[in-house]
Structure formats: C-alpha cells, structure tokens
Ligand binder design. Structure first.
Ligand SMILES: NC(=O)c1ccc[n+]([C@@H]2O[C@H](COP(=O)([O-])OP(=O)(O)OC[C@H]3O[C@@H](n4cnc5c(N)ncnc54)[C@H](OP(=O)(O)O)[C@@H]3O)[C@@H](O)[C@H]2O)c1
Length: 298
C-alpha cells in the first residue's frame, strides 16, 4: 500500500464515553527507550499525521532510571515527550493515561494505595502533559492484594471525574469481577489487559464480556506477548508466519490485525519508538483476515 494511503481510520472507529477514536492507536511506553529525543517526537507527530487519535501513556513511562526502559542521558518522560510533540493538542486526540504504579527518581517504582496518592498521580499526569483535564484514566491493578479496597481507589478517581478533571475511567490488568465491584460508582469505558494471539488467551471470555457490555477492550503486549517489557524479538509462531506469507504482510501486522478481528470494541495500542514500525503498525489496521486465517490462528 502506498504510504500516503495508510491511515489509522482504516481499522474503523469506537466511541469511548463521548469520544470517538480510530481503533488503531499508539502505545507510548517505548518512545523513551531511544537516546534520540527528536526521534521520539517525530514518531509521535507521524502517528497523529497517520490518523492516530488514541495515544496511551503513563507518568511512570520514564527512561533512564526505571526498570521498564533503559537509556542514557537526562530523564525522558513519555508524557513530556507527548507534550513536546503534540501540544497544543488536536481537538480529536484522546490521551489515555494510567494511575496506580508510580515512579520517583529517588524511590523507584511503587504502587499508589491511598486516594491521596492516586490524586497526586493524576496531578502529575496533568502537569507533565500540560493539560487541565485528563481524557481517560485507567486504574492499573496488581494481582497482589492492596490494603485499600478497589471501591475506595476507584471512588477517588470517580470524584475527580465528577469534578471534570478526569473525563472517562477505565481499568487495567483487570478481571471481570472488578467491573462488577465498581459498577455503581462510575462507568468503565475500557479494560486494558495483556492479550495476543498466543498469549494471555485466558482473557478470551473477558474480551467477549466487554463487547457485550459495550466496553472497549484494549490489549497491550499484543506484539511482545509473554516477553512483555523485553519486547517483540524472538521466534515467531508458525501459524502467524503462514498467514503473514499469504497476505504479503509482516507477522507483527498479522498479530495486530488478529486483535482487531476479536470484536469492534477491541482497540490496538502497539508500542514502538521506530518510525518504520509505526507506519507498518498503522497499515495493519487495513489488513482483513479471512475466517480460514482466524481458524488457523486459533
Ligand atoms: N496497562 C498496562 O499495564 C500496560 C502495560 C504495558 C504496556 N501498556 C501500554 O500498551 C502499549 C503496548 O505495549 P508494548 O509497547 O509493551 O508492547 P507491544 O505493542 O506488544 O510490542 C512492542 C514491541 O514490539 C516491537 N515492535 C512494534 N512494532 C513493530 C513492528 N512493526 N515490527 C517489529 N517490531 C515491532 C517494539 O520494538 P520497537 O520499539 O523497536 O518497534 C517492542 O519491542 C505500551 O506502549 C503501553 O502504552 C500498558
């Protein structure tokens, strides 16, 4: 496909609360990895040029110093790179961020537990992004127990939603019962979980449940799979390779297309700091898999 025909709109749209976005979005966790700051800025601007209007981030996406990414030179926060690249922000751009995990240069990573800590993380996101409100905030949960009940943590964010500081709420790393726990507090517009063609398939039922409830399901690690933060390098699954060959596509494009074929409510946020990978990922939104392809991919 000629580059000037590549658009994030090819994957169709989904409405998160009152905000319609292209289903092909962008995950910003990887943009802090490369030492060249200008390259990160260029990738973000190119994503928007290609029609991406759903960018996922977090105030704790930072390099160097964290365990999520390594790099050299002065600290680079993904949120600050987004601000440098995209402010003043286009009207139709939805920036999704997350709270729960936090990063402090002196203490490293920690989890916000109290409502006050969560509010402080919201403030940090506002400050780094240079905004007076946040479009979408995901409360990122951990498997380990948190001494503060979920209803109290989500309730603190719901109060900020009522105040207009946060427009929409979601849950990340969640299970179906979490949706039920917060049901009476505020609407959940999306669930962001690890999921891919050959990873975390225990979420298949959750993907369907979100569709039934008109909640967006936003997979992360759709490319990296169980290699998680280590990235997408590694041996490729034979079925993915075969489908890619048939379509003249890359295996990464097939992986992204597969997620988008799991339902109209599934949104992609592939993460890359590489300009060429970005273009290939956006192009994957136009890839149409056949029922035979989907059967082969399981
Ligand atoms: N809610 C949560 O707890 C949570 C957790 C993790 C991530 N996230 C979000 O989800 C987004 C996606 O996750 P992710 O970035 O970790 O993983 P991912 O999208 O599954 O994969 C990223 C990996 O794939 C590589 N890659 C991307 N496009 C490629 C292409 N076209 N060809 C070859 N390699 C390619 C990247 O390296 P290059 O940079 O070299 O392209 C990187 O190694 C993140 O950016 C972040 O916004 C959320």
């Amino acid at each position: 496909m000629p580059t000037d025909e590549i658009t994030a709109a090819a994957a169709g749209t989904w409405t998160l609360g009152d905000r319609t976005v292209n289903r092909m979005g962008f995950g910003s966790m990887r943009i802090t990895a490369h030492p060249d700051r200008d390259r990160a800025v260029a990738v973000l601007r190119r994503a928007v040029e290609l029609g991406v209007n759903h960018v996922d981030t977090a105030a704790f996406y930072v390099s160097p110093g964290g365990t999520l990414q390594v790099g050299t030179g002065p600290a680079r926060y993904a949120t600050e790179l987004i601000r440098a690249a995209l402010a003043p922000y286009p009207e139709d751009l939805l920036i999704a961020t997350k709270v729960g995990p936090g990063y402090d240069p002196d203490r490293g990573f920690s989890e916000a537990q109290t409502p006050a800590q969560l509010r402080a993380q919201v403030e940090e996101n506002l400050r780094r992004l240079g905004r007076d409100h946040l479009d979408l905030v995901n409360l990122r949960l951990y498997r380990r127990p948190n001494p503060v009940p979920l209803v109290d943590r989500f309730g603190a964010l719901a109060e900020l939603r009522d105040a207009g500081v946060i427009r929409h709420l979601g849950l990340a790393n969640a299970r179906p019962e979490h949706l039920d726990e917060v049901r009476d507090i505020a609407p959940v517009v999306c669930v962001q979980n690890a999921y891919g063609v050959d990873a975390y398939r225990e979420d298949d039922g959750f993907v369907r449940l979100c569709g039934e409830r008109a909640i967006a399901y936003v997979p992360f690690f759709a490319l990296a799979g169980t290699r998680r933060e280590a990235g997408a390098a590694g041996e490729e699954n034979a079925a993915v390779q075969a489908v890619a060959r048939d379509h003249g596509a890359t295996t990464h494009q097939v992986r992204l297309a597969w997620t988008l074929h799991q339902g109209p409510h599934v949104l992609a946020i592939p993460g890359t700091g590489d300009p060429e990978h970005l273009v290939a990922n956006v192009a994957a939104g136009a890839l149409r898999l056949t029922p035979e392809d989907l059967a082969r991919l399981g």
